[in-house]
Design a protein around this ligand. Structure first.
Ligand code: FAD
Ligand code: NAD
Length: 472
């Protein structure tokens, strides 16, 4: 069977590329090897099965539990001591995952994407060898190939996963009881999100981070406030810490740690290793294929996601750039459109990032650190949620919005937000930035009152010292 487009991988990069290609009139197949317990193909990749969606389901459930346990009293609402049923919480999460992954199957049918179940390997510029779970092979031909094999968590030799006491992020979404003492290696996105989940549900959480600064990609004033707030939430973040080794102990697992040059050890029921992910490119390319992976295993591509072979593209976590579902999806759409002869581009300068803790952390564009490094003169404005009427009414007023604009042109160059609904507020900043809005443009836009988004409006006004609800 020959297709116009053959996609390897049914995650956000691959399934979106396949749907778009088919919508553009290209005969398309998508190859995916993941399967459920009954042996049926499971689409949706890391994001839908063990990433974005299940983690957000547990973040939302655990946040509701924390709110009802701690903050309803402030509103004058009396509840008797709440408790939770972890197996029901997990079941709810699994049902959401099933609904969404099944939904991708329906979208494939609706858009006439052929779903092929098996492991794909590119064996020539136009041929993919597909091996099913019984070892049977077939060859699928494509005029164009899109590689979208995604990523896997990094394992570290000092604390190897064992599937019970030491797990990666997937295992941490499946605990059948709440660990009493939980260690997380890595205070990155997963460490903070899953640390929040289990801390809200009652675990004592210690997070060990090798870097001396928390979230060093953000400006120091933002990351310092985040660190302070998370410590208040009982996330015990230890910066500049190395885990030297681990041993099974009577009660669980013991970690050997080096903190500020001193060695110590600590006991845990469970350890989550969350030190980043690597591209999943093993056995993806046959020896005959003229594409060389880079030293970290990524598939090298140009700005249009084209590999060294003209008709072979790669998108999502297996290529350079942040490992984010929305970046993978946009790349998938760009590649499908370019195969169909259109001219789409991805604006890599404006890829938003969100960490779904509470408060949320969201940022896009340049930070002060970036601008200083590039010798770009800038001005800045910020607005604290403690001065937002809506945030105060909600009892949720930690954090601030910070906006950076070019000193001369006033074009907005970056936004960082720590606060309630940061993800949604950031999106408004991002839309303006896509149209090269100035801080004055944001200032002249009317924002509904009372909304937490007004903090973005006031931060924009503050850039030119025109804020109304704080001192300039
Ligand atoms: P993947 O989603 O990894 O999909 C690749 C697919 O290809 C998989 O289904 C795999 O089985 C299949 N595959 C691989 N090799 C082959 C082969 N040879 N043949 C056939 N099939 C193959 N990102 C966000 O933007 N927001 C979030 O909130 C977020 N939360 C996350 C939470 C967690 C816990 C984790 C782990 C990740 C999270 N991410 C989030 C990251 C996001 O999941 C990834 O960036 C995204 O899934 C990448 O999409 P992809 O299509 O490149 O790869
Ligand atoms: P990450 O890169 O965000 O964080 C890893 C952290 O581990 C870093 O702070 C790093 O300094 C630290 N680290 C590395 N080695 C260490 C060691 N030996 N000891 C102690 N600390 C160490 O990676 P992650 O949290 O594993 O997430 C993986 C990917 O998944 C990220 O690229 C992220 O973009 C994506 N993701 C995104 C979201 C989201 O968008 N909300 C959520 C989860 C995951």
């Amino acid at each position: 069977m020959e297709y116009d487009v053959v996609v390897i991988g049914g995650g956000p990069g691959g399934y979106v590329a396949a749907i778009k290609a088919s919508q553009l009139g290209l005969k398309t197949a998508c190859i995916e090897f993941d399967e459920d317990k009954s042996g049926k193909v499971k689409l949706g990749g890391t994001c839908l099965n063990v990433g974005c969606i299940p983690s957000k389901s547990l973040l939302d459930s655990s946040y509701k539990f924390k709110q009802i346990s701690e903050s309803f009293d402030d509103h004058g609402i009396k509840v008797s001591k709440p408790s939770y049923d972890l197996s029901k919480m997990m079941q709810r999460k699994d049902e959401i995952v099933q609904k969404l992954t099944g939904g991708v199957g329906h979208l494939f049918k609706h858009n006439k994407v052929e779903s092929i179940h098996g492991k794909g390997k590119l064996v020539s510029a136009n041929e993919v060898e597909v091996t099913n779970s019984k070892g049977k092979k077939q060859t699928v031909k494509g005029k164009n190939i899109i590689l979208a094999a995604g990523s896997r968590p990094i394992n570290i030799p000092s604390v190897p996963w064992n599937g019970s006491t030491v797990v990666g992020s997937s295992g941490a979404l499946e605990f059948n009881e709440t660990p009493k003492k939980l260690a997380i290696i890595g205070a990155g996105v997963i460490g903070l999100e899953l640390g929040s989940v289990w801390s809200r549900l009652g675990s004592v959480v210690d997070i060990y981070e090798a870097e001396k600064t928390l979230l060093p990609m953000l400006d120091d004033d933002v990351s310092r406030l985040i660190e302070r707030e998370f410590r208040k939430q009982n996330l015990n973040i230890q910066l500049g810490t190395y885990v030297k080794g681990s041993k099974k102990s009577r009660k669980g697992i013991s970690l050997d740690l080096e903190i500020d040059g001193k060695t110590t050890s600590a006991q845990y029921d469970k350890v989550i290793v969350a030190v980043g992910r690597r591209p999943f490119t093993e056995n993806l390319l046959g020896k005959e294929v003229q594409i060389s992976l880079d030293e970290k295993g990524f598939v090298p591509v140009d700005e249009y996601c084209r590999t060294s072979l003209d008709n072979v593209y790669a998108v999502g976590d297996i290529v350079r750039g942040p490992m984010l579902a929305h970046k993978a999806m946009e790349e998938g759409i760009m590649v499908a459109e370019r195969i169909a002869g259109k001219k789409m581009e991805v604006n890599y300068d404006l890829v938003p990032s969100v960490i779904y803790t509470h408060p949320e952390i969201a940022w896009v564009g340049k930070t002060e650190k970036d601008l200083k490094q590039s010798n770009i003169d800038y001005k800045k404005g910020s607005f604290p949620f403690s001065a937002s009427g809506r945030a105060l009414a909600a009892g949720d007023s930690v954090g601030f919005v910070k906006m950076l604009a070019d000193k001369e042109t006033d074009e907005v160059l970056g936004v960082q937000i720590f606060g309630n609904s940061a993800s949604e507020i950031l999106q408004q900043g991002l839309i303006g930035m896509e149209f090269s809005a100035s801080s004055e443009d944001f200032g002249l836009t009317m924002f509904s009152h009372p909304t937490v988004s007004e903090a973005l409006h006031e931060a924009a006004l503050a850039v030119n010292k025109q804020a109304i609800h704080i001192g300039n």
